[in-house]
Design a protein around this ligand. Structure first.
Ligand code: CA
Length: 507
């Protein structure tokens, strides 16, 4: 990955056996699995092991040239403190504007653009989830065929309920997350709410007056079906009320048509999950190249996952467009450090057994591979968890690395397209936005041929360049955003639950 590195990873499917001789004379003295590191030189105990020209650890004992360098042989470096970081010191590369690219999207009254036309039913509390799901199934079976321009109906189910300390300062995070998800561009501003009636998070608290941009057609009052309302006698009365309300919104959504909009209307969330050592070699660099294309085209791109960029904090604060943006990043990292500390863990709790099996020794190595998704542009903004994005360019949206929480928070930020890279493989999907999945290895792309949308493994195979895969992804994004193509997750209707980030106490 860098000329100064003293380790490299084995790219070959299935790994390589002991005795393998490379053209430069390097000989493996033991079997090295695919994606795992091999020592390029003798590494005496205490030597900094360099990958991406960054110390990913220190040798715990002498490691001979040609050995397998796994996590058991490395002492992880301490985290960089948040003191004396470089603030906006790096001159961003001169990225020429990229013009002439567009997609077909649904323009909303508030100016945002949807990539899908979905009726979303907001819920105030988990108690109503079963009723809403029952109603959603009936809407799909009995109503949806009458509205051919509506793509789907989704109940926004979540775990928030009365067992939460709703007035705790951190409760603002789950509450604004739910509010802002209701306003996601893919729902066309057609907010309808199902509430129970007695819950702490009352509909008016979730969506206070003024929180929904009012279009010409819409009634000023919030559309709420309250299950405990006296008018409801029997379960079917509740379901019928939800269906009657849905019809009003379906009519309006069905009247909408796609129109040609510039690529700058894309709001893309990138993340990774089930990462391996190839993530930072193939898929994430290709996504990073594509991120630069999107930023050049005037779009918004969010990268997230605090613990997976924490070890690169100095690189990020240097890349901030202004000292204020750098300070905002430090503020988010400090908040997260304290959050982890309260649970008596640190960022090293991030890596999974699968990450390690895939060759990633620790969070430092994982972070260096993860951060490249952000490309090379200046970082022009920072979002706290659950906040709504109001600007273009490259944004750091602070979220946990958990795939579902990260996706949920990026949805709240207003994401209309999601890009997800994976090396171990995950069938991840969201019902609310299309998710384009990028495989880091050809072996995964071959085996999961009907789940992976892009094979970035061709980069390691020598069959495609980072730039080629980056452009391929960019064009696929425009096709998917336009509805001309569906992702595999959409094709199979695979989607995961919304998972709220609730750092507030639960009672
Ligand atoms: Ca993730």
């Amino acid at each position: 990955m860098h000329a100064a590195d003293n380790v490299a990873i084995v790219a070959n499917d299935g790994g390589l056996p002991a005795g393998t001789v490379f053209p430069d004379g390097l000989t493996l003295i033991e079997r090295v699995p695919q994606g795992h590191k091999v020592a390029l030189v003798d590494l005496p105990q205490g030597t900094a092991v360099l990958r991406y020209n960054v110390p990913i650890g220190y040798a715990l004992r002498d490691i001979a040239r040609g050995s397998w360098v796994n996590e058991k042989l490395l002492q992880m470096p301490d985290a960089r403190t948040l003191e004396q970081l470089p603030l906006a010191t790096l001159q961003a590369p001169d990225l020429a504007p990229l013009e002439g690219y567009s997609f077909e999207g649904y323009r909303n009254a508030d100016g945002s653009v949807g990539t899908r036309n979905i009726l979303a039913i907001t819920t105030t509390v988990q108690c109503v989830a079963g009723v809403v799901e029952f109603a959603v199934q009936r809407i799909k079976a009995e109503l949806l065929a009458r509205y051919p321009h509506v793509d789907d109906v989704v109940g926004l189910e979540h775990s928030y309920c009365c067992g939460v300390a709703i007035d705790a300062p951190d409760a603002i995070i789950p509450i604004r997350t739910l509010r802002n998800i209701s306003l996601n561009p893919n729902f066309g501003g057609e907010v309808m709410v199902v509430s129970l009636g007695c819950e702490k998070l009352q509909a008016e608290r979730l969506l206070p007056p003024g929180s929904i941009p009012i279009s010409d057609q819409r009634d000023a009052a919030l559309d709420v079906v309250c299950l405990q309302a006296e008018q409801h006698v029997g379960f079917m009365s509740m379901v019928d009320s939800i269906l009657a309300s849905a019809v009003v919104h379906l009519e309006r959504l069905n009247a909408r048509r796609r129109e040609t909009v510039p690529a700058s209307e894309l709001v893309v969330g990138v993340q990774c999950g089930g990462s391996d050592a190839f993530s930072g070699v193939t898929a994430n660099p290709a996504v990073g190249f594509c991120t630069d294309l999107l930023v050049r085209a005037g779009a918004a791109v969010m990268f997230s996952e605090v613990t997976e960029v924490r070890d690169g904090i100095a690189l990020l604060t240097a890349r901030a467009s202004t000292p204020d943006v750098a300070q905002a990043m430090i503020r988010e990292m400090a908040w997260y450090d304290a959050y982890l500390q309260k649970g008596m863990v640190d960022r090293s709790a991030n890596t999974t057994p699968g990450n390690k099996k895939g060759g990633l020794s620790n969070i430092v190595e994982k972070a260096m591979g993860s951060i490249v998704k952000s490309g090379s542009a200046a970082i022009s903004g920072v979002l706290s968890p659950g906040e709504k994005l109001k600007q273009k360019g490259l944004i750091f949206a602070a979220t946990p690395a958990s795939d579902f929480i990260c996706g949920t928070l990026q949805l709240a930020a207003g994401m209309n397209l999601h890009v997800f890279t994976t090396g171990r493989g995950t069938p991840y999907g969201l019902a609310e936005v299309p998710v384009i999945k990028v495989a880091t290895r050809s072996d995964l792309a071959r085996r999961w041929h009907d789940l992976m949308d892009v094979n970035a493994g061709r980069i390691a195979d020598g069959d495609a360049s980072i730039e080629q895969v980056g452009w391929e992804l960019f064009h696929l994004m425009l096709d998917v955003a336009s509805g001309r193509k569906k992702t595999w997750a959409e094709h199979w209707k695979l989607h995961n639950a919304l998972v709220l980030f609730n750092p507030a106490p639960v009672t």
